[in-house]
Design a protein around this ligand. Structure first.
Ligand code: NAD
Ligand code: LMR
Length: 324
C-alpha cells in the first residue's frame, strides 16, 4: 500500500467542494491505488456544514480515504499538504463578470499563499479555482516566495472540456476523438478557445466546421458558458468545475499521456506572453510536471485574441498590486 498523499480543499462545504471531495476520496484524482488524507478548510460560519460533509465521507467507507481533517485554520488545513485545491471564494451572480469578484475574493489568496508557504509540502501543487482564478493564483504565488512559482496554477480545464464538448457535438464525434484543443489566456470572457491545431478523428477540425460557426458561435459559446450555466441553474457550475479540477490535478500528477491539456500557468515568455501573469497555455504533463507545448504557428487572428486576454490579465494584476 502506498503512503497517503495529503489533499487540501478550501471551501469544502461549498457546492464545488461537495462535488469534489467524494470523487477525490474515491481515487478519481490521484489513482485507484493511492490513499489520500483530505484536509478540508472552511471559514467559521461554514464549520457545521463542513462537519456534515465529513460525516458523509465517513459514511461512504471509501477504501482509499486514510483520514479527514476539518478546520478553519489555514495553518492546519495546509499542513504538509501535497495538493491544494483553492476553491473557497464567492461565486458571481447574473450580470457580473468574474473580475468583479477581485476586490472581495483577492484578499483570501494572500493569506492562503502565505499559509502554503509556511506549512505545505515543498512540492505542493496548487490549483486555484476561486474566481477570478488566474489573478487569484498570481496573488497566492506572490505570497509564497519559498515555493516553486511554477507550482501555482489556475483552472482553464473546464473551458477546455467545454470546448471539446461543443466541437464533438458539432462534428458528430466524441470528445475523446478530439486532439489538440487549446484555451489561451484568462478564465474569463476574453479567453481564446483555439481549434487551429485540433483534429477530430484525425482530420483537421478547421476543415470540418465553417469559419462563421467557429468565430460567431463556438468561441462566444465557450467564453460565455459559465454565465449560461448560472442563468440556467441559478448557481454557477459545480459538478463540471469539480470534474475539471480533478482532471487538472490528475494529469499534472499522473501525466496526460502525450495529450495536450490547457492549464493556466506562470507565463515564461512562450508565444510572446511576458512573465508576470498566470496565462492558459497548451501543456503536456509528464513525470509529475508540465511543459508548455512549443513551436506552434500563431496566425493574426490568434495573435489578436491572445494579446487581448493577456492585456486583461495585466489590468487585473494592476488592480490588485497591493496584494502582490
Ligand atoms: N475556474 C473555474 O473554472 C471555476 C468554475 C466554477 C466556479 N468557480 C469559482 O469557484 C468558487 C467557488 O464556487 P462555489 O460554487 O463552490 O461557491 P460556494 O459559495 O458554494 O462555496 C464557496 C465556499 O467557500 C467558502 N469560503 C469562503 N471564503 C473562504 C476562505 N477564506 N477559506 C476557506 N473557505 C472559504 C465558503 O464558506 C463556501 O462554503 C467561486 O469563486 C466560483 O466563481 C471557478
Ligand atoms: O462563470 C462563473 O462565474 C463560474 C465559473 O467560472 C464557470 O466558468 O462556470
Amino acid at each position: 500500500m502506498k503512503e497517503p498523499l495529503r489533499v487540501t480543499i478550501t471551501g469544502a462545504a461549498g457546492q464545488i467542494g461537495y462535488a469534489m471531495a467524494f470523487r477525490i476520496a474515491a481515487g478519481d484524482m490521484l489513482g485507484k491505488d493511492q490513499p489520500v488524507i483530505l484536509q478540508l478548510l472552511e471559514i467559521p460560519p461554514a464549520m457545521d456544514a463542513l462537519e456534515g460533509v465529513a460525516m458523509e465521507l465517513d459514511d461512504c467507507a471509501f477504501p482509499l480515504l486514510a483520514d479527514i481533517v476539518t478546520t478553519d485554520d489555514p495553518s492546519v488545513g495546509f499542513k504538509d499538504t501535497d495538493f491544494a485545491l483553492l476553491v473557497g471564494a464567492k461565486p458571481r451572480g447574473p450580470g457580473m463578470e468574474r473580475k468583479d469578484l477581485l476586490k472581495e475574493n483577492g484578499k483570501i489568496f494572500g493569506p492562503q499563499g502565505k499559509a502554503l508557504n509556511d506549512h505545505a509540502s515543498r512540492d505542493v501543487k496548487v490549483l486555484v479555482v476561486g474566481n477570478p482564478a488566474n489573478t487569484n493564483a498570481l496573488i497566492a504565488q506572490a505570497n509564497a516566495p519559498d515555493l516553486n512559482p511554477r507550482n501555482f496554477t489556475a483552472m482553464t480545464r473546464l473551458d477546455h472540456n467545454r470546448a471539446l464538448g461543443q466541437l464533438a457535438n458539432k462534428t458528430g464525434s466524441h470528445n475523446s476523438h478530439i486532439k489538440g484543443m487549446i484555451i489561451w489566456g484568462n478564465h474569463s470572457a476574453t479567453q481564446y478557445p483555439d481549434i487551429s491545431q485540433c483534429t477530430v478523428d484525425g482530420k483537421a477540425a478547421a476543415e470540418l466546421v465553417d469559419d462563421d460557426w467557429y468565430k460567431d458561435s463556438f468561441i462566444p459559446t465557450v467564453q460565455q458558458r459559465g454565465a449560461a450555466i448560472i442563468k440556467a441553474r441559478g448557481a454557477s457550475s459545480a459538478a463540471s468545475a469539480a470534474s475539471a479540477a480533478i482532471d487538472h490535478m490528475h494529469d499534472w500528477h499522473l501525466g496526460s499521456n502525450g495529450e495536450w491539456v490547457s492549464m493556466a500557468v506562470p507565463a515564461d515568455g512562450s508565444y510572446g506572453i511576458k512573465e508576470g501573469v498566470i496565462y492558459s497555455f497548451p501543456v503536456i504533463c509528464k513525470g509529475a510536471d508540465y511543459e508548455i507545448v512549443q513551436g506552434l504557428e500563431i496566425n493574426d487572428f490568434s495573435r489578436e485574441r491572445m494579446t487581448a486576454t493577456d492585456e486583461e490579465l495585466r489590468e487585473e494584476r494592476e488592480g490588485v498590486k497591493e496584494l502582490l
